[in-house]
Write a protein that binds this ligand. Structure first.
Ligand SMILES: Nc1nc2c(ncn2[C@@H]2O[C@H](COP(=O)(O)OP(=O)(O)OP(=O)(O)O)[C@@H](O)[C@H]2O)c(=O)[nH]1
Ligand SMILES: [Mg+2]
Length: 347
């Protein structure tokens, strides 16, 4: 198949959120019911050259085996769907604790391991009890099998809390973007309400919410475009506030994870008008703060020039210099020129 890559323009994003989802496990009680039904349906019924008692014994053991296998398979699916957070890309290692309760997820994973061990032990104990019973001990067999099913159901019930926890985590994980780490990333940063998402849309056509109030964007959003056969990933981030005498808040920390681990270059968006509610001086403080923290090229965009007064533009130029890309006609091509250089593609 020939794949035509667009020379210039918007390209499709990878399918979102398919990586970061845990296997959706049913409630433990429901699972036990399903395991029962599965075992009953599939336990062998054909009698070979064995006595009636022996045949019944084999049938019950087979049913227990299928019951155990069903539960074990389900738990295994769940276990392997939980990523080893310590082995993930540094971006996810930093982002996930801001999204889900990583320690609790790790505890849930280890509970799954111990539940699988306990279920296995119950099965082996019940099987051994069967083979050591006398061939006609039907009552003994019944007691052993109901003990096995009952204990297994109890062990499964102990998972309930963690199954709920993982299901809730799945909901939160939907907002974790799947990032590409094989292409350069342009991170859009700035104070809330300055126009970062508007710029993301303009550059990449990404569908994202824009609104005239701060903190519209609460998580990281991605878009892609290509220029001269090079793909570029653009990451829109929640607004940052200048961090004087305070800790970054959880929403801001998501933006910082993108800046720290993915940014090849940063586009810092400035609002010269009072529209966003932050003075030009305070925006400059944040800009300087980020520049000292993140040693990548920064490109300045002076946004909302259409509604800025000449005085406001002059004040912005006085602080940020005239090198900033101005919003307006021709903005995209001059921004892309700067991006091209900042990403190290050439002159
Ligand atoms: N006039 C004018 N309005 C703009 C421009 N860019 C953005 N806006 C408006 O500014 C408001 C905020 O825009 P967003 O793109 O949501 O800003 P943001 O920086 O993503 O905001 P947060 O996600 O809250 O941090 C919206 O009402 C936009 O329509 C611009 O160049 N000119
Ligand atoms: Mg936004």
């Amino acid at each position: 198949m020939v794949f035509f890559f667009p020379k210039e323009g918007i390209i499709n994003a990878p399918k979102p959120n398919s990586l970061m989802q845990f296997y959706a496990l049913e409630d433990p009680e429901k699972l036990v019911e399903n395991a029962f039904a599965y075992a009953r349906r599939n336990a062998k019924t054909k009698r070979t050259r064995v006595s009636v008692i022996q045949h019944r014994k084999e049938k019950v053991v087979h049913r227990m085996e299928l019951f155990h296998k069903y539960l074990d398979d389900q738990l295994n699916h769940l276990f392997i769907s939980i990523p080893q957070i310590d082995n993930l890309h540094p971006f996810y290692k930093e982002l996930l604790p801001e999204t889900i309760e990583v320690v609790k997820i790790k505890q849930a994973a280890s509970q799954i391991v111990s539940v699988r061990k306990l279920l296995k032990k119950q099965f082996h104990m019940a099987k051994a009890a069967f083979y050591h019973s006398s061939p006609d001990a039907l009552t003994h067999m019944k007691k052993e099998s109901s003990r096995f099913f009952g204990r297994s159901a109890d062990i499964m019930k102990s998972l309930k809390k963690n199954v709920v926890l993982l299901r809730e985590a799945n909901q939160k994980l939907k907002e974790v973007p799947i990032v590409r780490t094989d292409i350069p990333t342009l991170v859009l940063a700035g104070f809330p309400n300055t126009g970062k998402t508007t710029l993301l849309k303009r550059l990449t056509g990404a569908k994202a919410k824009i609104a005239s109030y701060p903190f519209t964007t609460q998580s990281l959003q991605l878009g892609y475009f290509s220029m001269r056969y090079r793909e570029v990933q653009v990451m829109d981030t929640p607004g940052l506030l200048d961090q004087i005498n305070r800790e970054w808040n959880p929403i801001e920390k998501k933006a910082l994870a993108g800046l720290r681990h993915l940014a090849t270059a940063v586009v810092f968006v400035i609002d010269p008008t009072p529209h966003s509610g932050y003075s030009i001086e305070i925006q400059n403080q944040l800009y300087e703060n980020l520049r000292t923290q993140f040693k990548v090229p920064f490109i300045l965009v002076l946004n909302k020039c259409d509604i800025s007064s000449p005085e406001q533009l002059e004040a912005a130029h006085a602080i940020f210099g005239v090198d900033a890309v101005r919003e307006g006609e021709g903005m995209e091509s001059s921004l892309k020129d700067k991006v091209w250089r900042a990403l190290g593609f050439g002159r």
